[in-house]
Design a protein around this ligand. Sequence first.
Ligand code: HEC
Length: 125
Amino acid sequence: MTKNNTYQKLALFFLTGMVLFLYNCTTNTIDEGDITDLPPIVETVTYDDDVAPIITNNCIGCHSGPNANAGLELTGYANVRAAAEQGNLVNRINNGSNPMPPSGILPPETRQIIDQWIADGYLEN
Ligand code: HEC
């Protein structure tokens, strides 16, 4: 009987531990991140130096050429500027439930660069 009791206590102990552990996991997951939590960018942000690499690495695969997804070309300064100025590029990049790229929202540090580029007036180089 006492032995049984010990097992029960042990089981309860481990179960409690498991619950706490899982709870921690769910609350500590890296979230989408908030750009407003980041220090402001003080360097000049330009398309050539800062924005183009982001677009090339994350967007061009689906948004270039005759079969560009959604008919959206993101090749070169003029196209990307137009998508940011007149389209919903900014919207989609920051859309947690329907982000671009579709594989997952970009880190806040990356999205902040795009925001700054726009705020600075779309500098090309
Ligand atoms: C894996 C392919 C893929 C990648 C990578 C990708 N996109 Fe898309 N994108 C799509 C598809 C498919 C659609 C159309 C469906 C939709 O709107 O979700 C789309 C739609 C969009 C739209 C909406 C166009 C419209 O007319 O409504 C924007 C803006 C956009 N993408 C921007 C981007 C940007 C910026 C990146 C990179 C940061 C990117 N996409 C990366 C596949 C992709």
